[in-house]
Design a protein around this ligand. Structure first.
Ligand SMILES: [Fe+2]
Length: 294
């Protein structure tokens, strides 16, 4: 039995105090948005409780699908590095970038410098997609984080990344590994077009051609489960987790994370998902359990 934990969108609070020069461009609208609403939603005490509960479960590996930062201030990356290190080592924690991590064009090199060890492939290979083999799992990390104009929260995989992703899925399917895809933006979302993955159709075509055993995402800050079409009638669960710092009663789903118990083998995988989240009284407890395979 292999246990994989999935946590998303921690949006570390409080926001570091920005310098005036740092608020030029898109960061200004993001800063106003933070002051108006997000600072009430994202609660550092809630996130600390969620992270402590996750660590107490002692999972074999932890996947984090983006949005550690809020407006990609330099100080958010050093704080984010410390937070990731508090979850676990480079070996035990896999991270993929969200749109808030790459909020502005100058953010990418800082993210790579501070968080690169959590988003590198086996052997230290840098770049997306990356591949990590852990027990029976093959974890594939994709990036959808691209700087966008104000009021846009779209993501893009791009042709090059999609091509490599397709080849990886095919190769790993031949190796009979349990393929876990980590991506920030959901491949299927009810949200408006200005917040979606713009090349979702191409992503879904790759899954339909080669399959995967599990897709993990964040971005919508909701508990989500969509079944994607795989090859030969197979169905691939795409599961979204809420923001891990969302205080209860502040709009979307309250903070939670998911634990996946995976066993079995090729052609007969068993995967059960358990959500643990915060209740109105501030306690973290088991909320739901779903069988994702036979
Ligand atoms: Fe987010």
């Amino acid at each position: 039995m292999f246990t994989l934990a999935h946590l998303s969108d921690p949006h570390l609070a409080p926001l570091p105090k920005p310098r005036v020069a740092e608020l030029i461009g898109k960061r200004l609208t993001g800063y106003i948005n933070w002051q108006r609403s997000r600072r009430v939603i994202h609660d550092s005490d809630v996130l600390a409780k969620i992270a402590a509960d996750l660590r107490a479960q002692a999972p074999d590996h932890i996947a984090v699908t983006g949005d550690i930062a809020n407006i990609a201030l330099p100080a958010e990356f050093t704080r984010g590095r410390d937070w990731l290190q508090g979850l676990g080592s480079h070996e035990d924690v896999s991270f993929v970038l969200g749109n808030h991590d790459i909020y502005v064009s100058q953010a990418a090199p800082i993210a790579i410098r501070e968080w690169g060890g959590f988003m590198s492939g086996d052997g230290g290979a840098r770049g997306f997609p990356y591949l990590r083999r852990r027990g029976p799992l093959a974890l594939i990390g994709l990036t959808t984080g691209v700087p966008t104009a104000p009021f846009l929260a779209t993501g893009r995989l791009g042709e090059r990344q999609l091509g490599q992703f397709s080849a990886l899925l095919e190769q790993l399917g031949d190796e009979s590994l349990f393929r876990v895809v980590m991506i920030h933006h959901p491949p299927v979302s009810p949200r408006p077009a200005n917040k979606r993955l713009v090349d979702a159709a191409e992503f879904l075509r790759v899954i339909a051609a080669h399959g995967a055993e599990l897709v993990l995402h964040g971005h919508d800050h909701l508990h989500m489960l969509n079944w994607l079409s795989g090859p030969d009638g197979a169905r691939v669960p795409a599961v979204g987790a809420p923001s891990a710092s969302a205080a209860p009663g502040t709009g979307r789903d309250a903070a939670a994370y998911n634990l996946y118990a995976i066993d079995g083998g090729p052609g007969a995988w068993r995967c059960e998902a358990t959500s643990r989240g915060i209740d109105a009284a501030g306690a973290v407890m088991q909320q739901r359990r779903v069988k994702l395979s036979a």
